[in-house]
Design a protein around this ligand. Structure first.
Ligand SMILES: [Zn+2]
Length: 236
């Protein structure tokens, strides 16, 4: 029945893309804001152009590695528990096939199918791929949602790095006294763009998302500016 599988497939694809895009936007936001705040703090303490450049590169590298490591560990442990769950399920299917089919039928009944139909569906899916049916409908593990640690680590490192590029460009292209204003301006602009993209991919209204990210970003930069300025005053 291609007519009935078509729409649901397209819908699932859309949901997956949204999750992926939202993670990328969050990672970029992180890279943008932490690199910019770091640079604003160092610039406020009157650092040279070379020191700012070094700070930008070191900040991006450190942040990207930290994001990758954190993501790898968290997704790996999720993958481990998914694998353990699947293994438990595989053994249960081997030992108690009848009980497992009953269990599957009860799940479909719980979702609103009449008893006869629920048993027919459970029987059909058990013949087709029992483990897949139990993974999806009992454990909630799908092929699309399966945890991929290396992919997740790479994606967050890349999105963080991409987010760090506007502040890096600012200190690279606008040295001297222009560095700080260009850095802040470019960062606020990028935050607004990311906030708008994030809101749109989530299907939320654009303006509140844009205002939220821009406000928090300005607050973060104001904080590090204050800290950097204190150091500048105390060593000058
Ligand atoms: Zn089961």
């Amino acid at each position: 029945m291609p007519a009935s599988t078509g729409p649901s497939h397209a819908e699932q694809h859309y949901v997956n893309r949204t999750g992926w895009l939202r993670a990328a936007v969050l990672g970029a936001n992180d890279g943008l804001l932490s690199t910019a705040s770091l640079l604003v703090g160092v610039a406020a303490a009157a650092a040279s152009a070379e020191q700012l450049l070094l700070t930008a590169v070191a900040g991006i590298a450190a942040g990207a590695m930290s994001m990758a490591a954190g993501e790898y560990v968290s997704v790996s442990s999720q993958a481990d528990s998914e694998a353990a769950d699947l293994e438990r399920e595989r053994r249960a299917l081997e030992r108690h096939p009848h009980r497992e089919r009953q269990e599957l039928a009860q799940i479909y009944q719980g979702r609103g199918l009449p008893a006869g139909l629920a048993h027919a569906v459970a029987t059909r899916l058990t013949e087709q791929d029992a483990l897949e049916a139990h993974a999806r409908d009992e454990l909630g593990i799908t092929e699309n949602g399966a945890a991929r640690p290396v992919q997740a680590a790479l994606a967050s490192a890349l999105s963080f790095t991409a987010g760090g590029l506007p502040p890096l460009a600012a200190v690279l292209l606008a040295p001297g006294t222009l560095a700080l204003p260009v850095l802040v301006g470019l960062t606020v602009l990028s935050l607004a763009v990311l906030g708008a993209i994030g809101a749109r991919t989530g299907g939320a209204p654009v303006l509140p998302g844009l205002v939220r990210t821009t406000l928090w970003g300005t607050l973060a930069m104001a904080t590090t500016y204050g800290i950097g300025h204190l150091f500048h005053v105390s060593i000058a």
